[in-house]
Write a protein that binds this ligand. Structure first.
Ligand SMILES: [Mn+2]
Length: 433
């Protein structure tokens, strides 16, 4: 018998991947885990008859000769498959989009690639083989794709995810149904935990990012804690938020993180804690740990996580050509043309006093004004940045103040300059990972 299975806490991408496997290999038996996310459960309660699926109890594992694992690459995330782990002759196949570093399945055959959703990878085969999709299958697949890519806005989303979404819409995926089930379950329990967290919400700055780490006690199993952390981050309005959920009765701690800063990679932090995830979202479960030391560990990881990330210092231009405040506008115009730049800092004794840009020349109404000193026309907003900030911070400042360049200041001196094109080059060359 050949079976296909996926990770515990089955989400839409996981369910979609299981169903996709049964389309690609029609003789494969679908075995789904016991723990299913509530929105997937709601979907299955209505669509159950459309899919033939079994639980581990329903099948005889000793009959299994091939185990196909989709949307995960770890034994520990599977539901009651331990007995297969050392079964002689068992073939393991894998189809997954998580980081290969975490893989402990040692598959005999695999497709592992980068995509925001695993279903995107599986749809390559479905399309190649010309398999027709029903509107329900297309709806399920698109639900998985949207859920894992945050409706295509997570930084893990790829162009292929977007093309695949287009293809699924062509196959009549139903957005109304999809919306109904993707609305996450936020109930009383979740609300109580969120309110409790908000009561002691604290913000802190780690490497120039606003971060909030909150510890909450929970009793018994609570679904959708990731949604709670997601909402918490939005309300507290920080770059990254973490919930440490302690379950004293079984000495377990669940850590869930959400980040909107490209430099704070939740997936890699969670991997260091034995969990997993994507750059924007992830979780880890730890046993026999003290929540206080867990929090300290998290802070250390956050500090380390960013030390290696790109700072303004790495992308700024230097040395910076500067002009004195008494230089005439005519001479400044000549320098701008000669240097081929659109703006320059104006400084006195190495201290910034203003910025002159080509835009400021529009203020000149008559030719005689070209003899006036640059200080009469320069902008004195003097928005600056320090070298340890991130390119994202620079981009935000430029947008907020509608300026094209930021002098980089250290100890009161101009040590470099970062222009809009430096920031753009960084985002387009470095960011898509
Ligand atoms: Mn997935």
């Amino acid at each position: 018998m050949h079976i296909v299975t996926t990770h515990q806490s089955m989400d839409f991408d996981a369910l979609a991947s299981v169903v996709a496997a049964t389309l690609i290999w029609p003789d494969v038996v679908a075995v789904i885990p016991k723990a299913v996310n509530p929105n997937v459960k709601a979907f299955l309660s209505i669509h159950k008859d459309m899919f033939e699926m079994y639980r581990v109890n329903d099948i005889d594992l000793s009959e299994v000769s091939r185990l196909i694992v989709v949307d995960t690459n770890k034994w520990s995330r599977l539901d009651r498959m331990e007995t297969l782990k050392n079964k002689p002759g068992l073939e393991v196949w894998m189809w997954d989009h998580h980081s290969p570093e975490d893989c402990d399945l040692e598959p005999d055959w695999q497709i592992q690639d980068t995509a925001g959703a695993n279903i995107t990878l599986m749809l390559r085969a479905i399309r190649e083989q010309g398999i027709d999709l029903s509107p329900i299958q297309a709806t399920l697949f698109l639900s998985g794709l949207y859920e894992d890519t945050g409706n295509l806005i997570f930084s893990s989303a790829t162009a292929e995810d977007a093309y695949t979404a287009g293809y699924l819409l062509e196959q009549n995926a139903d957005l109304t149904i999809l919306r109904t089930f993707l609305q996450p379950a936020y109930g009383e329990k979740q609300k109580d935990i969120l309110f409790e967290m908000l009561k002691n919400a604290k913000r802190r700055t780690i490497n120039n990012y606003s971060v909030s780490i909150n510890t909450a006690r929970i009793t018994g199993h609570v679904n959708n804690l990731s949604l709670v952390v997601h909402m918490y981050r939005e309300i507290v309005n920080v770059d990254a938020a973490f919930g440490i959920f302690a379950q004293p009765e079984n000495e377990k701690c669940i850590v869930i993180g959400r980040s909107v800063a490209a430099e704070i990679n939740i997936g890699s932090i969670m991997r260091s804690m034995g969990g997993g995830g994507h750059p924007g979202a992830g979780s880890a479960m730890l046993k026999s740990v003290n929540p206080v030391s867990l929090k300290e560990w998290l802070v250390e990881l956050l500090k380390g996580n960013q030390e290696s990330s790109i700072q303004i210092y790495d992308i700024m231009s230097y040395p910076v050509f500067q002009v004195p405040p008494d230089l005439s506008m005519k001479e400044v115009a000549g320098i701008l043309d000669e240097k081929g730049c659109t703006g320059l800092p104006v400084s006195e004794d190495g201290k910034l006093v203003g910025i002159i840009s080509k835009r400021d020349f529009k203020k000149l109404k008559k030719p005689s004004q070209y003899a006036a000193p640059v200080k009469a026309f320069m902008s004195t907003k003097n928005i600056t940045i320090t070298p340890d900030r991130s390119p994202m911070h620079a981009a935000r400042l430029m947008v907020k103040h509608d300026i094209g360049r930021l002098p980089v200041i250290q100890d009161g001196q101009i040590i470099g300059i970062i222009s809009r094109s430096d920031a753009m080059r960084y985002f387009y060359d470095v960011l898509p990972d």
